[in-house]
Design a protein around this ligand. Structure first.
Ligand SMILES: [Zn+2]
Length: 189
């Protein structure tokens, strides 16, 4: 096998059927509804694991990027929904930091982040993290969230990242359970 010098992470083809890029997302409920719908569609369409995320400009309610889990299709253990959304948002604004231009941005995710994505959230520069299903919900179907502790969340808080949990938890947890019940792969390394 030849050496590789480049990696691609792409959203599935159906994204624009589900995402309204022009809409103003008025509140947390509308924003989370998109993240959860992305997770649901990703399972229904068989394009990755049961996780969806979206990044918004907090003040305008404009959508900047979305992410869905692409671990298996992209052969990439880093391609969690949150990381995909973060990478695409940074590409869109052409900055390594979503805080560099002073715009407050927020990450909505259908499930509380794993250890990698919690770190990714910190590095991304988003100022608010909103979660639906809990880490326990993910663990309950077999996904290992890694070393996520109360102190991890405290670290984010100390760094100025507001964290909100349990927004539309039931709807998001149902997606996780549907994934398991329909034979979805639990792909822990
Ligand atoms: Zn993750």
């Amino acid at each position: 096998m030849a050496a590789v010098h480049q990696v691609t992470i792409a959203l599935p083809d159906w994204i624009n059927e589900v995402v309204d890029w022009q809409k103003t997302y008025a509140d947390d409920q509308q924003k989370m509804a998109l993240a959860v719908e992305l997770s649901r569609q990703n399972v229904l369409r068989g394009t990755g694991g049961p996780f969806g995320s979206a990044i918004f400009a907090a003040d305008s309610g404009k959508l900047i990027s979305v992410g869905v889990n692409r671990v298996m299709p992209m052969h990439n253990s880093s391609a969690h929904g949150e990381m995909v959304a973060i990478m695409l948002a940074e590409q869109r604004i052409q900055s390594f930091s979503l805080a560099a231009d002073g715009v407050k941005r927020e990450l909505f995710t259908s499930c509380e982040p794993c250890a990698m994505c919690l770190g990714g959230t910190l590095w991304s520069g988003v100022k608010r993290l909103v979660c639906a299903a809990t880490a326990e919900d993910a663990r309950a179907i077999g996904f290992d969230e890694g070393p996520v502790e109360a102190s991890s969340y405290q670290y984010l808080a100390d760094a100025g990242v507001e964290v909100v949990r349990l927004v539309q938890r039931d709807a998001a947890a149902k997606v996780l359970n549907d994934y398991l019940n329909h034979g979805g792969t639990i792909y822990n390394g």
